[in-house]
Design a protein around this ligand. Structure first.
Ligand SMILES: NC(=O)c1ccc[n+]([C@@H]2O[C@H](COP(=O)([O-])OP(=O)(O)OC[C@H]3O[C@@H](n4cnc5c(N)ncnc54)[C@H](O)[C@@H]3O)[C@@H](O)[C@H]2O)c1
Length: 332
């Protein structure tokens, strides 16, 4: 059987994660690694046995891709999606899909007019603990959902080298994972949200008009109430939690770690968390890219797709507006 020909764009943090996972999938031939930084492209290409390129155009001139995985800085997503779609490749793009709703609408138009498929990298939707919540909620086991709490805490800002800071970027870059989880669990329906943020610790966020801590309160018109709590300041490690209170019970994902090992000492009890996302979501990243490859091979629907990416982007745009203008914003 012919192997799927793959190109990865971006050899940074997420480029490494997805390239290493693609390399493990038997039906995939990872042919090219593209990065404008040639050293990065060569190092990762050497590691995974692919060829390095400095642009997607030059890679496509040499490889006819079935799929392109886009992990470069967010501001490059739209032009790269366009180029991949025009060459008939299916596209996996890291979150956020585009920089804003205008870009997301362009992406939906491009993908649908070129009749290719696109998947967005919201890996929490492939995390087994999160999936368990989604399944049990869907089965009606805890009855009508009443209140949900979504907590995302990063141990430091440590953005990618190409990450741009701008007013309210935290909603597009970080809280967007929680918006995606929320839409997956409760749907994209009429909601009013109110967001507040502060740059309390890192001066580069303050100077850019962005925040390192933020809360977003969401009221779905047909329930539930959702609280999204996002911080870049969890000195103790990476901390991702989810809780849904329903009429008949509670579903809860604690901060998952590798071990259930607690360390007891004279004056302390510790249960070290993961340090960062690459470890906490290791399996979910593998599962999402496997699902994407399967969709490409069988020409099946991708999940989450470009419409989902656009809906989630509308919520992050609304949160930005709310926080920056100090007003509640309705999304429908
Ligand atoms: N799903 C997740 O958990 C997760 C985690 C981190 C980052 N991300 C997303 O992944 C994307 C990349 O983030 P990162 O942390 O890997 O960044 P990074 O800075 O580590 O890597 C980005 C790479 O893209 C390269 N690049 C920039 N413009 C390019 C272009 N036009 N063509 C080719 N290469 C180009 C840069 O040289 C850099 O090597 C962002 O969209 C980010 O939001 C997702």
């Amino acid at each position: 059987m012919r192997k799927v020909q793959a190109i990865v764009v971006g050899a940074g943090r997420m480029g490494k994660v997805h390239s290493r996972n693609l390399k493990q999938i038997p039906n995939v031939e990872l042919k090219a690694i593209v990065d404008i930084d040639q050293r990065r492209a060569s190092e990762l290409a050497n590691e995974v046995g692919a060829a390095p390129f400095s642009s997607l155009s030059s890679a496509i001139a040499s490889v006819k891709p079935d799929l392109v995985v886009i992990t470069s800085s967010t501001q490059t997503h739209l032009p790269l999606i366009k180029e991949a779609a025009e060459n008939g490749a299916y596209i996996f793009v890291e979150k956020p899909m585009g920089l804003n709703s205008k870009e997301n609408e362009d992406i939906v138009r491009i993908v649908q007019s070129k009749k290719v498929k696109l998947q967005v990298g919201f890996q929490r939707l492939y995390d087994l603990s999160f999936i368990e919540v989604q399944k049990r909620l869907g089965s009606g086991e805890i009855g009508k959902p009443l209140i949900a709490e979504l907590i995302s805490r990063d141990p430091s800002p440590q953005p990618g080298i190409g990450t741009i800071l701008y007013p309210g970027a935290v909603y597009d870059d970080m809280a967007i994972h929680d918006f995606a989880t929320m839409v997956w669990l409760f749907g994209f329906k009429k909601m009013t949200l109110f967001a507040t943020g502060m740059a309390a610790v890192f001066k580069e966020y303050k100077e850019a008009g962005d925040y390192d801590n933020t809360l977003v309160n969401v009221k779905y018109y047909d329930g539930p109430l959702v609280n999204i709590d996002t911080s870049r300041c969890s000195k103790y490690g990476y901390d991702i939690r989810l809780e849904v209170l329903g009429e008949n019970g509670l579903l809860k994902v604690e901060n998952v770690t590798d071990y259930q090992t607690f360390v007891y000492k004279g004056d302390s009890v510790t249960h070290p968390p993961y340090l960062w996302f690459e470890d906490r979501f290791r399996d979910a990243y593998r599962r999402e890219i496997e699902a994407f490859v399967k969709a490409v091979m069988n020409d099946e629907r991708t999940f989450p797709d470009e419409v989902f990416g656009m809906q989630v982007g509308r919520i992050s745009d609304a949160a930005k507006k709310s926080a920056l203008e100090g007003v509640p914003v309705t999304v429908e």
